[in-house]
Structure formats: C-alpha cells, structure tokens
Design a protein around this ligand. Structure first.
Ligand code: SAM
Ligand code: SF4
Length: 475
C-alpha cells in the first residue's frame, strides 16, 4: 500500500513496543566479528544497502584498531559517494524555556530555580528572525521547553510568525521544530502551520535509565515519547528527526536502538527518518551527570561512522555543542547538517554584543561559538559546498517521495545545484569580500564537476539570474 500522510492510520502492530532492551543486548553480546565479516558488512554499505541490526551490532563490536580504521574509511567513502561535499546550514531559535519536566541533565529542568524563564513575544521573535536573516540564515529549528503554554496552537503561531518575517532579501524558507511530543491533533496543527521536520530525541532508549533521568513531568512516560513520531505520521508529518543524547547510557546500545527505531519506520511506513541527531551531554547549570557513560572523542567519531554506514541515506546532524575540531572531523565521516552562528540565550541574536554564555539563561554549554560567516569561510577553504537549500520540502519531495529519490543521482540533480544557487545568494547578499571570492571559486569548481551538460547549463543560467537580482530559484 502506498503511504499517504493525509489518510494514514497507525496500524496496531506499530504501537506495540518496538524497543526491547533484552533483544538489543542479545545482539551486542554476540561474539566479536571476524575481520572478513566486518569488511563484508562495510562492502554492503558501500553498495548503499541498509544494514540489519545484527550487522550494525557487528560493527559496534569490532574494536580492533585496524577494523575501527576500516569502518571510518568506509564511512568517508560513503559520504563522498552519496553526499558529496555539500553541508547544509541552519540555526536554532529558542522560543521559550519554561519547562514542567525535570530531566536531570538539562538547565531548563523545573527544579532549577536559578534559570531565568522567558518566552519570546511576537515582537521579540520578529527581532530575532530579522537578526538571523541579516546573517544570511534561511533554515531555522525552533526549540521549546515542555509547558502548558507551549501547546500546539502556540507552536503553530510561532512558526507562522517566523515565516512572516522578511527583511531585505532575507526570509526563512524552512522552519523545523524541536518540541515535546504532541497528540495527533496537535501534530496536524503544526503541520498546517508549515513546519519542515519535527525533531524529538528519545534521549536514552534504555527504559530503566530513562525513568531515572526523567523523574517527573509528562516526559517521564517513555512510551509516550517513543511513539510520538508515529503520532506525527498520523498527523501528516512525514519528515521526522530522531536522536539520542549520548552520555546517559551505553553508546553502543543507543546506536543499535536508533537503528531499531529507523527499522520501525521503514517497516511500518516504508520511509525512514529524515535525520538522526547524536548530541553529547554538555555542562549545564547545576547538572551533575555521572561520567560512567560519557563518550570520548574517539568513540564519538566511531559511532558517527557506524551510523553513516548503517543508514546510508539519512541526514546526520551535528550541532555547536561540539568543539570545532570534532565538528570538522565528524563531517568527514558523514555529518551532512550543522548549525552556524548559534546562540542559545533567548533573545540574544538581536543583541549586537557577543556576550559569554550565561548558563542560568541557557540550556547547556556550546563549544563552537563561531559566527555563521566564520563557519562558511572555513567550509569553503576545506572544499565543502555550504548549502541553505530548502527545495525538496517546498516542492513536496519529503517522506516516501524523498526516499524514492534518495540516490546519488538525486543529489547530483537537485541537491548540489540547489546548494550552489543558495550559496550564491549568500555570497551576494551577506558575505564579506574575501569569503565571496572563495565562494565563487568553489561554485566554479562544482560547476565544472557537473557531468550532465544540460543541468550545468541551467545552473549557470540561474546563477546569472541571481546575480541580476532574482532570488529563491531552485530545482
Ligand atoms: N523540551 C523538548 C524536549 O525535551 O523534547 C525540547 C528539547 S530540548 C530544548 C533539546 C534537546 O537538548 C533535548 O532533547 C536533549 O537531548 C538536549 N539536551 C538537554 N540537556 C542537554 C545537555 N546538558 N547537553 C547537551 N544536550 C542537552
Ligand atoms: Fe525540559 Fe526538554 Fe530540558 Fe527536559 S530536555 S528539562 S523537557 S527543556
């Protein structure tokens, strides 16, 4: 049966618990794989086939340094083959930090009485979005605590408010949200407000640990959160982002659970999640997370490489929680989206001064405080193609449609040309002269690499139209 978000109803079997800790541990406790087995699994992935749970567990269990290197090399090759050199940029915009939950790792938890609570008014949202547009941003993710004030109507209203803000050539073309789980009706409302991706992280997929880290509030309910993306599907949102917060429980278990969650989507809806996130715990006001499960940089890069191999077609997001060097390295293994110019303090994008972080006004510490332009500049120097593309979502290439097209040819036909077009807008409207020079060179190099002459000619024509003042041209 063809999936149609408007008519879809969740089949009963989808609502059966699909995360079974015992089952996942059984996979992880299998004997270590041989070198030949690991290389065969990497080969399967390089053939762009999804890996099974057992195969992913084998990669997680391969801890011989030589095999870890082989896994990382495989992820690098796959990234180059599928995603090329394109990196999509976005920024988070915190709308409100009131919260009724008590997540022990989060600065916004209700028991943290030192946290200054703010909800942006429409006027403040407008000011923030204008400042973000002035920097060249085109894609935002709105972030909310969980609070009765932040219901579906409120979220929908803030999304619409953001879309309305246009300054000069600036506009936000895609608004994603990271918000607490809603019911089906609530998801329908935010879908109609025009959201792109609905993102929610399970934090930890280990039920007992989950209960400990979320001692009270609606978030205490593991299954309500786990099934939120199924309700989002029923509400018509087929563009979903999953994630786990690394540092709460065994990282190998969490990776396997993310793959299990992905399998659930593919089995029930015939589409996978659009993105996977893998934030690591960072310092936050009054937070004391036990270091038993903290993930070091080496394991972190290893897990990114394994995720890349396990789900070759899913976007992978890495945020400014991570320091510059880790972000740089992670991009080689398959990260396809990063944030730039990130500020977490509510209302701080429109303040001109770049103040130091104050954790009594923010959720956690960030470690890449660079401006959007500094990040773009470095991406260009490293040969990446920074992109603000929002094409697919705007012509309806999401969900199953996106999956059908998710082949390297698709990236060549749509993503790379759209990356060049959106980068050219940035270079003309926002970049300082030296960044612009680097950017046009990167665009020229990428134009030269387009194999299909007809596509190349059309991209050149559109770049010329953008130089002549047109905006928002996409394939
Ligand atoms: N309140 C919503 C919820 O819980 O789903 C929105 C999420 S919160 C504003 C965004 C994400 O930040 C959380 O899902 C969590 O994974 C992450 N987070 C919370 N505390 C963190 C910390 N100390 N370090 C890094 N990430 C953290
Ligand atoms: Fe609230 Fe989300 Fe922070 Fe938990 S992670 S305390 S729900 S803002």
């Amino acid at each position: 049966m063809k999936f149609s978000p408007e008519t879809y109803r969740i089949p009963d079997e989808a609502m059966k618990p699909f995360i079974d800790a015992k089952e996942l541990w059984e996979y992880l406790e299998r004997p270590k794989p041989s070198s030949a087995q690991v290389r065969k699994i990497i080969g399967k992935s390089l053939d762009k086939q999804r890996l099974s749970l057992a195969e992913t567990a084998d990669l997680l269990n391969a801890d011989d340094p030589e095999l870890i290197e082989a896994i990382k090399a495989g992820a690098r090759t796959l990234k180059e083959r599928i995603y090329g050199n394109r990196i999509v940029l976005f920024a988070p915009l915190y709308i409100g930090n009131k919260c009724v939950n008590n997540c022990t790792y989060c600065g916004f938890r209700t028991s943290n009485k030192d946290q200054q609570r703010t909800t942006l008014s429409d006027a403040q949202i407008t000011r923030e979005v204008e400042a973000l547009e002035d920097n060249g941003q085109k894609r935002l993710i709105l972030v909310y605590g969980e609070h009765p004030e932040y219901d579906a109507d409120f979220i929908a209203h803030t999304v619409k408010t953001v879309y309305k803000v246009k300054k000069g050539n600036g506009e936000i073309r895609r608004v994603n949200i990271n918000a607490a789980p809603l019911d089906v009706e609530g998801f329908r409302k935010v879908k109609h407000a025009g959201i792109g991706t609905y993102q929610v992280f399970q934090e930890t997929y280990h039920p007992e640990s989950y209960a400990r880290y979320h001692p009270s509030g609606p978030k205490h309910d593991f299954n309500w959160r786990l099934t939120s993306l199924d309700r989002a599907m029923e509400g018509g949102i087929d563009d979903l982002g999953i994630g786990a917060l690394f540092g709460l429980y065994d990282w190998r278990y969490e990776v396997l659970a993310l793959i299990r969650h992905t399998n659930h989507f593919e089995a029930v809806y015939n589409i996978g999640p659009h993105t996977i996130s893998f934030p690591r715990i960072k310092s936050a006001a009054g937070v004391d997370v036990s270091d038993e499960y903290l993930v070091d940089d080496a394991d972190f890069l290893r897990l990114i490489a394994i995720l890349r191999l396990a789900v070759p077609y899913t976007g992978m997001i890495l945020t400014a929680r991570e320091p510059v060097a880790v972000r740089k390295e992670a991009m080689r293994y398959g990260v396809s989206q990063i944030d730039g110019g990130t500020k977490l303090e509510l209302g701080s994008y429109s303040r001109s001064k770049n103040a130091l972080q104050n954790l009594n006004r923010e959720q956690f510490e960030i470690n890449d405080p660079r401006s959007l332009n500094e990040i773009i500049d470095e991406l260009l120097e490293d040969g990446y193609l920074p992109s603000f593309c929002t094409g697919c979502y705007r012509v309806g290439r999401t969900g199953e449609h996106f999956m059908e097209f998710s082949v390297p040819g698709f990236i060549k036909r749509y993503c790379t040309p759209n990356a060049m077009l959106t980068l050219s807008e940035y270079l003309l409207d926002y970049a300082p002269e030296d960044t612009a020079q680097k950017g046009w060179k990167v665009i020229e190099n990428n134009l030269a690499g387009i194999e299909d002459k007809k596509v190349g000619k059309e991209v050149r024509r559109r770049l010329e139209r953008i130089r002549n003042g047109e905006r928002d041209l996409f394939f």
